[in-house]
Write a new protein. Structure first.
Length: 156
């Protein structure tokens, strides 16, 4: 699973051409230059901008405020492989974290999915080969003799 996250300084907008990569929940109407580059990067690497796909109120979407406190931006993003995009359950900004920055804390809830192989190891049973009708009688006798005497099969 590949996850790219950070402060891209990219305003990703609601342009129709970007919908498959960014979704419908963008804060901005139009993308800036860095936003277009971020979407192009995500598209070329088969990533999805997951931070703009999850519906929230607008004050949970912004994660940066200008020094005058009037403009709010959504410039920090989380990109994830499209195959694993359902692993991110929630992404939102928390305004209450104390720090000396104009950025808010961005938190993502991620569900880890692990692959489990449930196939049991099958042991080789030579007697099942002997009873097969597809083998000729010489091969069957040869295998039967080797199984009875304990002679090991040689790999060729």
């Amino acid at each position: 699973m590949k996850i790219v996250l950070g402060d891209f300084n990219a305003k990703v907008g609601k342009e129709d051409i970007f919908k498959p990569t960014v979704g419908n929940e963008c804060l901005h109407l139009y993308s800036n230059d860095k936003g277009v580059r971020t979407v192009n990067f995500a598209t070329s690497k088969n990533l999805a901008v997951k931070s703009t796909m999850i519906p929230h109120r607008n004050f949970h979407k912004h994660n940066s405020t200008t020094p005058d406190g009037k403009n709010h931006n959504y410039i920090e993003h989380i990109l994830i492989e499209r195959r694993w995009h359902s692993s991110i359950l929630d992404v939102r900004g928390f305004r209450g974290a104390e720090r000396d920055s104009d950025h808010y804390l961005l938190v993502a809830n991620i569900r880890e999915r692990s692959a489990v192989n449930n196939q049991a190891v099958q042991k080789f049973d030579g007697n099942r080969l002997i009873s097969g009708t597809y083998m000729n009688w010489r091969l069957r006798n040869s295998i039967r003799l080797r199984l009875q005497t304990g002679v090991q099969f040689r790999r060729t």
